[in-house]
Design a protein around this ligand. Structure first.
Ligand code: AMP
Ligand code: MG
Length: 436
């Protein structure tokens, strides 16, 4: 047994031949250090990038108190005027002027006067309340409305109520979304500090792999993993560096790993880590890198090597890159990417990974599951008319059947301790929408 302590400062014990998924995730998080370089990019280029600093609001938004409605602004002191004993008493005010958005009215008025205001117009000096136009009757310059029609201070949007000057409007580590671009623009910010994009190099390994455009020789398969990886990396907005296919030869593999380490922050490979082959990867990593683990209590995705590779001859020589040796089977590549790699890439990009929401669903069928490993089955989930989610596994759960990923709309998450599931039993599902 090795302790996580030796590897990463945690204190969980594990069996390196079948590391539980949560322990693997903890090690990976420990090893993932964010890129330090900060770039200042024009507003639109900041979309999907990671904020490098807190954005402190340089102004109040809105900058002035303004009207939330089309109507009439007046002094609420007018509501204190004599209203007699009649419960339906009305107030009469004289219109003294007009304020439009971008065209303020700056004169003083009395409690017997009001100002015509449109939505977004500055609240004139002296005024504090807006009566919507639907609630008044107007004849010439005089409006009339019931005393009870409006409360003091109504329909006034306060300066700074959206964003207060001097407060952090967005926090470092945030991935910039559509609303954030608008928010930054509302602060007058046209240049945004973001982290440098993470560079991720990836290649496939296997003598049987053929690239697009090549004839499919007997016994060969087209390399699909590189394209799935490209797509998953693109969605995370990292710089993806496709290094092609590398044959199952130690020299070729070593050269590819070293040059990948020289040019990227992270190296992802697929294939060549299953039983037998794994020994080669392990041996190679020990010469010019570090291995943290190479096998997970996870299905699919059991063989998965994780560590660090260096571009030089020995660990510590040249430039380092985090290394993920993913399995070869196409479904296992995707599962391993989402469960083990994704958070590491987000952390290294400087982002604060948010937990992806899970939904509880009732299983439509009995599911066989052995306790002591985490399983991610491909499922089809639906919500019924009462809002209850139901899920059923797709037909084949083989880790080589990639069509099961295209057919499915969720992962069925079967935790480490979970055993067989009965029909109707509740299970967590992870919807692909938003993830993939
Ligand atoms: P390996 O882990 O290298 O033993 O590969 C396991 C299985 O995945 C084998 O059937 C391989 O042919 C297949 N495989 C490996 N790499 C790829 C790839 N890049 N694209 C499609 N299938 C692959
Ligand atoms: Mg192989």
């Amino acid at each position: 047994m090795t302790t996580l302590n030796e590897l990463s400062g945690c204190v969980v014990q594990y069996d390196p031949d079948a590391l539980p998924v949560p322990s693997a995730q903890a090690i990976v998080r420990e090893w993932a250090t964010p890129v330090g370089v900060v770039e200042r990019v024009p507003l639109h280029d900041a979309l999907d990038r990671v904020l490098a600093e807190d954005i402190v609001s340089p102004i109040d938004v809105p900058a002035h108190d303004n009207s939330a409605m089309d109507g009439y602004a007046f002094k609420s002191a007018a509501l204190d005027l004599e209203r007699g004993t009649d419960a339906s008493a009305h107030l009469n005010l004289t219109v003294a002027g007009k304020a439009l958005a971008g065209h303020p009215f700056n004169e003083h008025i009395t409690a017997a006067q009001c100002v015509r205001v449109m939505t977004g117009a500055c609240i004139p000096p002296d005024c504090d309340t807006v009566i919507p136009q639907e609630l008044v009757t107007r004849e010439g310059d005089v409006i009339q409305f019931a005393f009870d029609a409006v409360k003091r201070g109504a329909n006034r949007r306060r300066a700074g109520e959206d964003l207060a000057r001097g407060h952090a409007a967005l926090r470092a580590g945030r991935i910039v979304r559509a609303s954030d671009l608008g928010l930054l623009a509302s602060l007058g910010i046209g240049e945004v500090p973001v982290r440098r994009r993470l560079r991720v190099a990836f290649f496939s390994t296997g003598d049987e792999l053929r690239s697009l455009g090549e004839p499919l020789d007997p016994g060969c398969v087209y390399d699909s993993n590189r394209h799935t990886l490209f797509a998953m990396l693109r969605r995370l907005n990292v710089d993806a560096l496709d290094l092609g296919v590398v044959r199952d030869q130690p020299d070729a593999l070593e050269a590819a790993l070293r040059s990948a380490a020289a040019s990227a922050d992270v190296v992802l490979t697929s294939g060549g880590v299953s039983v037998g082959e794994a020994d080669l990867t392990k041996k190679m990593l020990r010469t010019f890198g570090d291995v943290a683990f190479w096998s997970l209590a996870m299905r699919p995705g059991r063989p998965l090597a994780f560590g660090r590779v260096w571009s030089g001859d020995r660990p510590g020589d040249g430039s380092p890159a985090l290394f993920f040796g993913l399995p070869g089977n196409p479904v296992a590549v995707m599962v391993a990417f989402y469960q083990i790699v994704r958070d590491a890439l987000l952390l290294m990009s400087g982002a604060t990974p948010q937990p992806v929401p899970l939904i509880r669903a009732a299983s439509r069928v009995a599911i066989r599951k052995r306790a002591g490993r985490t399983e991610f089955q491909r499922g089809i989930a639906e919500r019924d008319a009462h809002g209850q989610w139901h899920v059923a596994p797709t037909g084949s759960q083989s880790s080589g059947v990639l069509s099961s990923m295209s057919e499915a709309n969720c992962f069925i998450m079967l935790g480490h301790e979970q055993s067989d599931l009965a029909v109707g039993e509740a299970v967590d599902i992870l919807l692909f929408d938003g993830l993939i």
